[in-house]
Design a protein around this ligand. Sequence first.
Ligand code: CMP
Length: 154
Amino acid sequence: MLSSFDRLLFIRRVSIFQDLRDEFLVKLASAMDELSFPAEHTIFEQGEEGRSLYVVISGRVRVHVGDRDLARLEKGTFFGEMSLFDAEPRSASVTTVENCECLTLNQLQLIDAIEETPEIAINITRTLSRRIRELNSKINSYESQLKTLDLSKT
Ligand code: CMP
């Protein structure tokens, strides 16, 4: 469990919050919930209703669809933003790899933070762009591998 001061220091360094004014950051830091999860714990499942964005304080989580891993996320990263933005069910499941602590932000808190500092939306979009690029490159490499397998059959 972080002290209020450590919590403030931590979220100030998280990329999506870096542009927030100190005054708002203090308010946000004290309003966020802190949750601890054991290793191999499913934080939420694909298809569930999403109410919170999670920021990883310690440990690592894996984002997956069934048994297929999409990404591993560590300290200082966030997940769960998609359902907050599009009000659709969770697009993937998230399970801890090891003991993990997270801070959570609900939809209203996120919208307040974006209204206060629109740069947050840009920071989140930057991360979403990076994740799509990583996926594109994975799809590309799977397709190349499939083509190679097909060619090797002929
Ligand atoms: P959400 O759909 O609310 O719940 C699942 C979360 O996993 C999603 O928000 C994103 O935060 C995260 N996520 C989904 N797909 C990927 C991906 N390809 N790479 C990294 N994170 C992802």
